[in-house]
Design a protein around this ligand. Structure first.
Ligand code: NAD
Length: 253
């Protein structure tokens, strides 16, 4: 918890913020002086984080936002306008991480993960992009993945395809919003030392994944948060449409 965020501070929204990278990002942006709207479908954990950041709710609050629903983005924006004012930062972080056998992957499951992961970034960039463009300033950061670049190692075709889509959507919205003072960038993490990695990848397979990482270890979410913080800065206006790889050397462009 920090005490340095003031009531009139700029506003950031983080999706999928209840745990993992989203929590690290929310804590970092709050430390940077943003009022942070923590959003997720996990209401208990989301409330806990917001209350930890700001017990009286003045500089952090929780709101349920299901990223598969465009109306939820619209409602969150309206809520912010009533409560805190216009947002300047959106972090599209929420995603479903899934592993699956490619040749037997069910069509419905494929399209479901694709729709939630890529659709959420499309909705977020549309709804918040318009609002930020009207203000003449904004920073949107989309969480992609190494899987979207190399086709995935431990994750399924649905997840990898959705993350490739996020990298492309980042370029589409970056170009669309560039002249309005709004930047749109992506981060492509490789495997990080986080619960979802340990839950998705069996331990024996994880050992093989770790030994294949050139730097010899999993990533640390705090550096992802530092990178989001950098993209969110006011003077970061000359970088847009970029995708920054944070993958321990697993994929070299
Ligand atoms: N952890 C890694 O190693 C890694 C690697 C590459 C990319 N990423 C990406 O980074 C982001 C965060 O990863 P993480 O490890 O924290 O994942 P995580 O699974 O721990 O967290 C995802 C969060 O999104 C929320 N969520 C799921 N569906 C949602 C929905 N429909 N609406 C709103 N919230 C929803 C979950 O409740 C959860 O809090 C994801 O986009 C992930 O694909 C992570």
């Amino acid at each position: 918890m920090t005490e340095s965020v003031s009531k009139g501070a700029p506003v950031a929204v983080v999706t999928g913020a209840a745990g993992g990278m989203g929590e690290a990002i929310s804590r970092r942006l709050h430390r940077d002086g943003f009022r942070v709207l923590v959003t997720d479908v996990d209401e208990a954990a989301g409330h806990r984080l917001a209350e930890d950041l700001s017990p009286d709710g003045t500089t952090s609050d929780f709101r349920r936002l299901d990223v598969s629903r465009k109306p939820d983005f619209e409602a969150a924006l309206e809520h912010l306008r009533d409560a805190w004012g216009e947002p300047t930062v959106l972090v599209n972080n929420a995603a479903l991480t899934r592993a699956a056998d490619t040749m037997t992957l069910d069509a419905e499951e494929f399209l479901g993960v694709l729709s939630v992961n890529s659709g959420s970034v499309f909705f977020g960039c549309q709804v918040f992009g318009v609002a930020m463009a009207e203000q003449g300033h904004g920073r949107i950061i989309n969480m992609a993945s190494l899987a979207g670049e190399n086709g995935g190692t431990a994750t399924g075709a649905h997840y990898a395809t959705s993350k490739g889509g996020i990298i492309t959507l980042t370029k589409v919205f970056a170009r669309q919003l560039a002249a309005s003072g709004v930047t749109v960038n992506a981060i492509s993490p490789g495997p990080h030392d986080l619960p979802v990695v340990h839950d998705t990848v069996p331990e024996d397979k994880l050992a093989a994944v770790v030994s294949s990482i050139p730097v010899g270890r999993l990533g640390d979410a705090s550096f992802i948060a530092d990178t989001v913080s950098l993209f969110a800065q006011e003077n970061a206006g000359f970088v847009t449409g970029a995708c920054w790889d944070i993958n321990g050397g697993l994929y070299l462009r």
